[in-house]
Write a protein that binds this ligand. Structure first.
Ligand SMILES: Cc1cc2nc3c(=O)[nH]c(=O)nc-3n(C[C@H](O)[C@H](O)[C@H](O)COP(=O)(O)OP(=O)(O)OC[C@H]3O[C@@H](n4cnc5c(N)ncnc54)[C@H](O)[C@@H]3O)c2cc1C
Length: 430
C-alpha cells in the first residue's frame, strides 16, 4: 500500500522512538530562542550547547524534522546549491575556498557528532558517485580539475566498465567518485541532534508554532498558541516552510518542492542494479538521486516543481525515471512516496546573517543542505556565544527578494529550459 502522507513516509515509519518534546507553555525566558526544528535550527542549538550556552529554547511548529530535514535524500557532501565554478567567479579563489571549506569541515563534523552522540541514523560512509548521463566526458573532466585545482578536493575518475561493475545500468557512461561523503537516515539524524541538544540543556518544544515576534525593549517576545517566550536573541530557521514572522526574511525564499519514493525490499533483486553502498546521482540539471537502504529497499528521488504532488503522482513520475535507469526492476512495488519543500534564494546560496539587534536567520539551503546547515549552525552559535564574525563571509548572499508569485514562474521556466536542454543533448548523442 502506498503511504499517503509524510506521517507515514519511510523515514517516519522507521523513526527512532523518543519521548515527545512538550509544547511551550506559560511565560518563559531564555537567552536564545530558535524557531524551526530542522537541521538549521538544531545545529545552531547544538552548537550553542557545545559552547556552554545552556539557556536556549528551540520551538518547532510540528515535530522535529517535519520539514525538508526529515524528508530528504540523505546525501551528505560538501558544497552548496550554487556550483563551485560560480562560487569562484563570484568571490575569487580565497573567499570561495573559505566558504567551500566550511562544508568540508561540516561533513567531518557530522561524522564526529553521529559517533559522539551515538545517533542511530544508518550512516553509510561509502562516498557518493556522480554518474555521467551523457557520452561527452568533458563536463566531468572540467569539474574534476576545478575541484582539484581550486578547492584541493580529489574526486576519482570511474571509467564506464568500472562504473558498470558498481551500477548495473546502461544509462551512464562514466562517473566521478566523491569519497569524502556519506548518506544517512535524515529524520533519525534530526531526532538525534535534538536529543543531543536536549541532553545538554536546550529546551526543545514541538507543536509550538511561533505566531508572533515583537521587539520589546532590548529583547524579543515570541508568542505561540499556549505560551510566550522573552529572549535576548532569536534565530529564524524555517526553510521553505516559511516562519511568517518577518516579511523581509520570508520573501527572500522560494519554496520549491521535490520528490522521493522508496521501493519494497528488493532482496536479491538489488544485485541486479547495485554493487555498491555509495549513493548515486547523475550529471543532468534535473538529476535522479538514489541510494540503497539497509533493508534492501532502494530510495529514489528527483524532479523539482513549484507544487507539492500527491504520493500517487510522485510514484508515477519517479517510477518512470527509475525504470529508464533500471529497466530490470520492472514490476517492483513502491511502498512510500512523498514530497518536501526546499528553500531557494535567487543567488542559490544560503542566507546566514543577523540584523544587529539580536535577530538572526539561517535559510535558503536549497537541495544541498545537510553539510551547509551544519556549517551555518556553527557560524551562528560562534557569533551568539563568542561574538565571532565568521558569518559575515556570507554577507554577499543577502535577503534579496524572490518576487513570489512571479519568481515561481521564473524558477519553473528555468527548470523546464534546463530539462529541455538535457533532453536535447541526450537525443543528439543518440
Ligand atoms: C525531498 C528533498 C530531498 C533533499 N535531498 C537532500 C540531500 O540528499 N542532501 C542534502 O544535502 N540536502 C538535501 N535536501 C535539502 C535539505 O533537506 C535542506 O536544505 C535542509 O533540510 C534544510 O533545513 P532547514 O532547517 O533550513 O529547513 P527545514 O528542515 O525545512 O525546517 C524548517 C522547520 O521550521 C518549522 N517552522 C516553520 N515555521 C515555523 C514557525 N513559525 N514556528 C516554529 N517552527 C516553524 C517547520 O515546521 C520545519 O520543521 C533535500 C530536500 C528535500 C525536500
Amino acid at each position: 500500500m502506498l503511504a499517503s502522507n509524510h506521517a507515514s513516509s519511510y523515514y517516519r515509519a522507521t523513526a527512532t522512538p523518543y519521548e515527545p518534546h512538550a509544547p511551550l507553555q506559560g511565560r518563559q525566558a531564555a537567552r536564545v530562542a530558535i524557531v524551526g526544528g530542522g537541521y538549521a535550527g538544531l545545529n545552531t542549538a547544538l552548537g550553542l550547547a557545545e559552547r556552554g550556552v545552556r539557556d536556549v529554547v528551540l520551538l518547532e511548529r510540528e515535530q522535529i524534522g517535519f520539514g525538508a530535514s526529515g524528508r530528504n535524500g540523505g546525501f551528505v557532501f560538501a558544497g552548496y546549491s550554487l556550483g563551485e565554478q560560480s562560487l569562484l567567479d563570484q568571490l575569487g579563489e580565497a573567499r570561495a575556498q573559505a566558504l567551500f571549506g566550511h562544508t568540508t569541515a561540516a561533513v567531518q563534523r557530522i561524522r564526529e557528532r553521529v559517533a559522539k552522540y551515538a545517533i542511530a541514523c544508518d550512516a553509510v560512509d561509502q562516498g557518493v558517485i556522480w554518474a555521467n548521463w551523457f557520452r561527452d566526458p568533458a563536463v566531468l573532466r572540467r569539474r574534476q580539475q576545478l575541484l582539484a585545482r581550486h578547492y584541493g578536493v580529489d574526486w576519482q575518475w570511474l571509467p564506464q566498465d568500472e562504473l558498470r561493475g558498481l551500477v548495473r545500468s546502461e544509462r551512464y557512461h562514466d562517473a566521478l567518485y566523491e569519497r569524502d561523503a556519506l548518506h544517512l537516515h535524515p529524520l533519525n539524524y534530526a531526532i538525534g541532534l535534538a536529543t543531543a541538544a536536549a541532553t545538554q540543556g536546550v529546551r526543545v518544544h514541538e507543536h509550538s508554532g511561533v505566531r508572533g515576534l515583537a521587539r520589546e525593549g532590548t529583547q524579543w517576545r515570541l508568542r505561540t498558541d499556549q505560551g510566550e517566550l522573552l529572549a535576548d536573541q532569536v534565530v529564524l530557521a524555517c526553510g521553505g516552510y516559511l516562519a511568517g514572522l518577518r516579511r523581509s526574511i520570508d520573501r527572500a525564499i522560494l519554496p520549491i518542492a521535490t520528490y522521493v519514493m522508496v521501493t519494497e525490499p528488493l532482496r536479491e533483486r538489488m544485485d541486479a542494479c547495485l554493487h555498491t553502498q555509495a549513493a548515486i546521482y547523475d550529471s543532468r540539471f534535473a538529476f535522479d538521486y538514489y541510494r540503497p537502504l539497509p533493508d534492501t529497499r532502494l530510495l529514489w528521488g528527483g524532479r523539482i516543481s513549484i507544487r507539492n504532488r500527491s504520493p500517487r503522482a510522485v510514484q508515477r513520475l519517479l517510477s518512470s525515471d527509475l525504470l529508464r535507469v533500471f529497466p530490470q526492476l520492472q514490476g517492483i512495488k513502491i511502498d512510500y512516496a512523498w514530497s518536501g519543500l526546499m528553500s531557494y534564494a535567487r543567488h542559490q546560496m544560503p542566507q546566514i546573517g543577523g540584523s544587529g539587534d539580536g535577530l538572526w536567520w539561517a535559510q535558503a539551503f536549497g537541495g544541498h543542505g545537510l553539510a551547509p546547515t551544519c556549517a551555518a549552525g556553527e557560524l551562528l552559535a560562534a557569533a551568539i556565544a563568542e561574538g565571532d564574525d565568521g558569518w559575515k563571509q556570507f554577507a554577499d548572499y543577502g535577503l534579496s527578494p524572490t518576487h513570489r508569485p512571479l519568481g515561481y514562474l521564473g524558477a519553473q521556466a528555468s527548470y523546464w529550459w534546463q530539462q529541455g536542454h538535457d533532453w536535447l543533448k541526450t537525443r543528439l548523442e543518440g
